[in-house]
Ligand binder design. Sequence first.
Ligand code: XMP
Length: 521
Amino acid sequence: MTDQLLIIDFGSQVTQLIARRLRELNVYCEIHPFQNVTDDFLAEFRPKAVIFSGGPDSVTRQGSPRPPASVYELGVPILGICYGQQVMMQDLGGQVEGGKISGGGGTAEFGRAYVTPTEQRLPFLDGWFDGGREQVWMSHGDHVSRLAPGFEVFGTSPNAPFAITADPQRQFFAVQFHPEVHHTPNGKRLYENFVKLAGFTGDWTMGAYREEAIRKIREQVGDKKVICGLSGGVDSSVAAVLIHEAIGDQLTCVFVDHGLLRLGEAEEVVTMFRDHYNIRLIHADEQELFLSALEGVSDPEVKRKTIGKLFIDVFQKHANSIEGAEFLAQGTLYPDVIESVSFSGGPSVTIKSHHNVGGLPEKMGLKLVEPLRELFKDEVRALGRELGLPDSFIGRHPFPGPGLAIRCPGEITRAKLDILRKADAVYIDQIRRHGLYDEIWQAFVAILPVRTVGVMGDGRTYDYACALRAVTSVDGMTADYYPFTHEFLGETATRIINEVEGINRVTYDITSKPPGTIEWE
Ligand code: XMP
């Protein structure tokens, strides 16, 4: 059993960033909403250290969220952050006051602040204050007005006299600010010191995660059957391979081919999962159904809705053919999981379901298996590598659910899709040959709904124009066009026009996002 750290979530918007910082230190941690953390839970979880997250409530309010008193008796280090600091202070005999908006000493404070040290030193603060003061991010209304017995002050800010406090004897640490956010630039160091004091050796790895995830899947699923929708994307692929490793043939994957995939993509998915991994796979070749339904449709939103609705119908039809399935697997990632903690009722962790199978679990009465729920995107890639998925597959650019439909502005025809697939394949080949693939967030061709005149050999041509798109981005929310050299662009245009019948003009889209979007529709 790996050493584990428990993060008790009191509802802060940035709780998952705490987990992120700890993972970077190779420490295994789990976030649990405070309602779930009971005496029994603690006895079973046996954390080696505990962190109290921030939260939106006020400890001065009757009935505000608390951990069980037994957490202080575990004999392990505890770190309280913001609301967590106030909880700790009040639980242990200190005092917290409601925030004043302005005025001296202990007022509400939001945004950047600077903390300076007191006379005393503490191993928890190793590597802090080397430059005299540290920038931190504050976001609090209430403040601690009297320390609990045993606590001393180790750092102050103009509006938070108790910015850093600790009871060194019991290894209880409490900070008023958020060390996990980007705006506390040296914050990671505090987590590093904290886990070191708690005795973590930083030996948690993706290999360990894999073992643990497999154990949990087996425990959850038992001898029941699981269905997994495979899109060919990284998340669902990693989820499928992991679940297959856990339960073998109890897993069946459903891969819906809507006829809007890239060149050779369907074959690639089928070969890899069915032949290489030996995973039971239903290859639902529904191209005709989708393409017929899209005939004459040129409005982007109608395209999306048509595809989305058909996808659900088709998936359900094939899933229903798997007798006795009780679980639906999804490649939900951590950023998709919104922790919204209800302060009055029972546990209420809300999940933002992936839109590709949105609403399906309820409709089909299936329970969810989400083995990637605790991972960030780059961690999913690391897990994929750990599971032996090829690098070329793991590093793939994102591909939208509606596929080529939104890269074919205007009406979609089979002929246009064929041309688009070929042009796209040449373009991606060019990018790979020039070693640029990994620098680019997404690259693709859009076939334009316009034909233009050209001249090839001695003849006149009247063919489609296409646009090349390539952007850099961190999360797809904003993007810049990629600055290819003219040489690269010229060579690519020549290749596309020579190799792809049906295209006689190539343009490069140099719009950033905003004001453009990444896709053309
Ligand atoms: P836009 O075009 O909005 O795209 O700048 C941002 C990111 O989202 C992807 N995208 C979609 N993904 N269904 C999806 O699953 C969609 O309808 C959809 N539309 C855009 C796009 O490829 C880019 O990564």
